[in-house]
Ligand binder design. Structure first.
Ligand code: ZN
Length: 318
């Protein structure tokens, strides 16, 4: 009886022990498994949230880009007049040259060259700008970006067919992309150069940096990008007269006219910065008056940029 009792007790203990061991093993397996599943779930959720954040960030970046485009030149304008190596031709030279003869201004003997330059096109305003230039038989320079719609294709062709200079202004005009690295800049440049060649047959060798060569947005030393252009036989052009049509706030046609005309006398070669963009209607409105006023100046011609143009540059390679 006692033996039986003892034996039963032992069996019960063994059973209990077995149960404890089984439970421990189960717990040892299930807990890490559940933890792993939980982690996988959390990881997936975090990744989804990160992706959503990335999309939001990209959108934000894009809107900042477009915002920066509208005020693009506000920053660099400051540099135009403060940088010591901006090429400024003293008015004295102009007067001396005038005293030496040259009464009738032709492209060969003109004392002063005025370059009308339009950035950021083509746009819905390009045909209007081209019509005005044609009306006055004046040639300008267009620093264009890459656009593949039908109207833009037509505008590139008109620019070339009507004798204007087709310059480049980056394909994307997205600062964070083109100024991210020399490679990114090079790729964007090649894209635009080849696209323009395919569209118009012109291999453009003229460039205007978005924001100018003195922009503060580039993560690459601008001298490296300038050297890159030089290696490809591409000349870059800044400006010495700002029409003011790039500023964020509205500027009237009269304001643009005043900005353009009041400073021409300071320069032997005046390079006027204007914008060819859908929202810049006052630029189109001011253009006829600007052209008329320039044509009335003595010994002054309006010419498109070419290989003989002495470039106005805010940065030198040295
Ligand atoms: Zn631009």
């Amino acid at each position: 009886m006692t033996d039986d009792y003892e034996a039963r007790k032992r069996r019960q203990r063994i059973e209990r022990l077995k149960k404890i061991i089984k439970t421990s093993i189960l717990v040892a397996i299930i807990v890490p498994l559940l933890t792993a599943i939980l982690f996988i779930f959390l990881f997936a959720r975090t990744r989804r949230e990160l992706n959503e954040l990335q999309v939001q960030y990209d959108d934000l970046l894009k809107s900042v880009e477009s915002l920066r485009d509208t005020v693009e030149f506000d920053e660099s304008d400051k540099d135009v007049y403060s940088t010591s190596d901006v090429e400024v031709s003293p008015r004295d030279d102009v007067l001396n040259d005038e005293a030496n003869g040259a009464d009738v201004a032709t492209e060969e003997n003109a004392v002063r060259h005025v370059y009308l330059t339009f950035d950021d096109g083509p746009s819905s305003n390009t045909p209007k700008i081209l019509d005005i230039l044609a009306e006055y038989n004046v040639k300008a320079t267009f620093f264009v970006v890459g656009k593949t719609d039908e109207d833009s294709i037509e505008s590139y062709k008109r620019i070339v067919d009507e004798g204007h200079t087709l310059g480049m202004h980056s394909y994307s005009h997205v600062y964070s992309q083109i100024y991210a690295s020399e490679e990114a800049f090079a790729e964007d440049l090649t894209n635009l150069q080849e696209f323009l060649y395919d569209t118009t047959g012109v291999w453009s060798r003229y460039y205007r940096f978005p924001g100018g060569s003195s922009n503060t947005a580039s993560r690459v030393d601008m001298k490296i990008l300038i050297q890159h252009l030089t290696d490809l036989d591409i000349t870059y052009f800044d400006w010495n007269i700002v029409s003011g049509d790039a500023s964020g706030s509205y500027i009237s046609a009269d304001g643009i006219y005043q900005n353009c005309i009041s400073k021409i006398g300071n320069y032997e070669d005046a390079v006027i910065l204007m914008h060819d963009a859908a929202a810049k209607n006052s630029t189109v409105e001011a253009l006829p008056r600007i052209i008329e006023a320039i044509l009335e100046l003595d010994n002054t011609v309006i010419v498109p940029m070419d290989d003989t143009t002495v470039p106005v540059q805010h940065q030198s390679i040295d």
